[in-house]
Each structure stands twice: as structure tokens, then as C-alpha cells.
Design a protein around this ligand. Sequence first.
Ligand code: GDP
Ligand code: GDP
Length: 436
Amino acid sequence: MANIVAIVGRPNVGKSTLFNRLIERRQAIMDNESGVTRDRHYGYSEWNGKSFTVIDTGGYVEGSDDIFEGAIRTQVKEALQEANVILFMVDCITGLHGLDQDFANVVREVGKPVIIVANKADNTEKSYAANEFYALGLTDSIYAVSSVSGSGTGDLLDETVSHFAEEVEDEEKDEVPRIAIVGRPNVGKSSFLNALLGKDRTIVTNIAGTTRDAIDSRYNLFGKDFILTDTAGIRKKAKVKEDIEFYSVLRAIQALQDSDVCIVMLDAENGLEAQDMNIIGLAHKYRKGSIIMVNKWDLYEKDTKSADEYKKHIAEKLGPLGYIPVVFTSVINKQRIFKAIELALKVAENKNKRISTSVLNAKMLKEIENYPPPSVRGKHIHIKYITQLPTKTPAFAFFCNHPKDITESYERFLINKLRSHFDFEGVPIKAIIKQK
Ligand code: GDP
Ligand code: GDP
């Protein structure tokens, strides 16, 4: 279930400050001048065990001269329609502002749950000023917070997550895997889908999606059923200025949250860019499978070892996310496009993989014996047994006499060994150290 929380409001009310707090990047990149370029506009957050994506709309819309110019207004509205909850931010220090009313009008038309965040309520006196914003006539939910100090944000988050739909236990075994195709404009997403459609061995039915125009198609290839979510149509729909990527990013995030495996498409000549890294990082945090599809390989000038070098370069950038496989394609030449799908399906299988406790212990206890966790304060740290937890994405419990004394680097060792014994290519896996 996709949960998207959008922060809106006029410039300088403190949106990016709150955003940074929610995504736990305390080093906010701020500037008193509005319209500063920010390096990131969306990120992963969790509250009371519920995960969601936060979007700082200021990063997308404030740069424009007139936020309320018709086309942009439509754009903002459409984008907000993708959010589950809107945090409408106002400023207690400056009080009600003309632009607040303009924003309120847009937000009202969207008709999503709205919470007014009366920011800069740094002390009790200032928080009284929050009442003034009832005049906007938007909602009864007004939360006075101080984004700088964090005060009031706990209650705000309680209210925010209360609007999310209940997670349904979807542990149904042979559910059809959902694959989302994401990537920056022009990397070849639509061409890829068209190429897949062109083959007579695919059977396609359009499924009326839960979202309005993310197009879900059901396929059968290599005897396997799967659903592809296309985010390519987005750009065609967003006719407004090129630099407003807000809408397309939202769609990609939503598709990603609803998927099992994400195909992140790149243009070989541009390589892995910051935006791709953001999406890949998000997929990892949501514990989705991923593959990287380096497309337009036909245009890339290469010699025999180019693919290996390219892979190495990507692996360096990915760092700890280096478990994500890479495939080089040319959609135009229909080169390896089915291999890309096969790889995504393989990752979907890896994600559902269950290792029996006996096999797990046979392999892993031997590794642990060869390289035991270091003793702490003369205490012998002993891992007794291991079992895979019944989670949607693989997680392994290591039962230990002193779980707190297992270091992060030892956890990494355990994960590396899990990966070396069992094929979890493309899948984020977790080691959880538990008390025995
Ligand atoms: P945005 O344009 O809405 O994203 O606003 P920013 O997050 O860039 O914040 C604008 C200014 O307000 C910055 O100088 C922040 O330090 C300041 N600010 C943000 N939150 C608070 C707050 O809770 N209290 C006070 N006093 N200042 C704040
Ligand atoms: P989208 O925005 O990601 O959906 O990208 P499109 O599918 O619309 O493709 C953008 C452009 O790249 C089009 O002109 C395609 O013909 C071209 N293109 C797509 N895949 C390839 C490829 O593998 N090689 C080359 N040379 N061009 C490609």
C-alpha cells in the first residue's frame, strides 16, 4: 500500500526544515531566500512501524515565478492528488498570509485529508497564534509544531499515519509479482514496453489500476505471470514545463511502493545519476527487489571490456546496495530486453525465497565457527541458531546470548555470508540479532 505525505505551503514557512526532520537528515540544507535549489525533495520515513514517503513540494514548485499560474496550478493539484495526506504548512510568526489562502484554495480542490501544520510555534505564546489558521476553513486538524526543535512533531505524525489505510496481511503465496519500470524521462521506458508488447508470446490485458493512469498490464512470459507498471505515460501527461518533474517523481514513487521489483532504467551515456540513486535508495528502504537496466547500450562507445568496467563503476556508486544486478540493453535493437524481464522475475523469486532452518544452520553455523564474534569484556559471544523470519522480504534471526554485543561489522559479515551461500541477488536482506 502506497503512503505518500506531501508538505505544501508558501515559501519560507519551514517545509524543508520539517522534511529534513522527517527523513532524519538533520543537516538541513536551508536558506532564507526562497526558491533555493534543494538537493532532494522526497525521502523515506517511518512512524510507529508505518512507512511512508515524504515529499517536499517546495523543492518542485517554488522556483517558478508564479505558483498560481494556470498550468502550474493544475500540475500541483494533480500531483497532490497522488498524496494520501497533505501537510499544509503555515507560519505562526508571520501569521496568516495572502498566499496561504491561495494554497488553501488549491488544497481544498484536491479533497485529500489535510492537516494544517502551524510551524515556528517555538514557545507556548507563539503556538496560540496557530488558532488564527482556522480562518482558512480547511480542516479541524491544526498542529502547532516547531520544525527546528521538533516539538509537536510526534503528535503531528500520530495524526498523519492515522490517515493511512490499514496494512492488509497479504502473505498470499502465489500472488503475481508486480514489476515497476522507473527511470528518468527519455531513457526508453515506453519503447521497452512497446517492444515487449510487440511479441506474440505476450498476452496483455489492461488492468484498471488503483491509480488513475499508472498503467498496469498483466503478462505471461517464460510460463510466468507478472504485472508491469508503466510510469512512462507520465511525461506525456505532464505537458507543462520540463523542469517540473514533481508529477513524474510522484508516480514513480507510488509505482515503486506498490511493486515487488523495480526496474530502474538508465541511459547508458548518462549513467547512474543522483536521481536514480534516490530511487534506488528508496526501493532499498522499502525492501523492494531491484535491477538496473542500462539502456541505449547501442549508442555507448565500447570495447570488449566496457560492460565489466561499467558494472564496476556502478557497483562503486551503489556501495552497500551492490547486491543489485545490472543488465545492458538496447530496446531499439531488441537486445537483451527479455533477459531484463527474466532477471526481474528471478529477483522476484529471490525475494520470496525461504531457506529451511536446517540448511541455514548447517551453512551459517560453520561460518560463524570459523569467524566467531569477538568476545566482549571477557564474555563469550555465542550465536546458537538461525532461522528465517516469515517476512515478505528475507530477514534472518540470529539467536545470541548477548545480542547487544554483536557489532555492525559482524552483522555485515553475516549478511555477506548469507549472500554467498544463498542467491539473494537483487534483494535487500536483513540480519536481526535476537536474545536467546
Ligand atoms: P520552506 O521554504 O517552506 O521550505 O522553508 P525553510 O524550511 O527553508 O525555512 C525557512 C526559514 O524558517 C529558515 O530560516 C528556517 O530556519 C526557519 N524555520 C523553519 N522552521 C522553523 C521553526 O520551527 N521555528 C523558527 N523559529 N524558524 C523556523
Ligand atoms: P521514456 O521517456 O523513458 O518513455 O523514453 P522513450 O521510450 O520515449 O524513448 C526516448 C527516446 O529514446 C526515443 O526516441 C526512443 O526511440 C529512444 N530509445 C529508446 N530505447 C533506445 C535504445 O535502446 N537505443 C537507442 N539508440 N534509442 C533508444
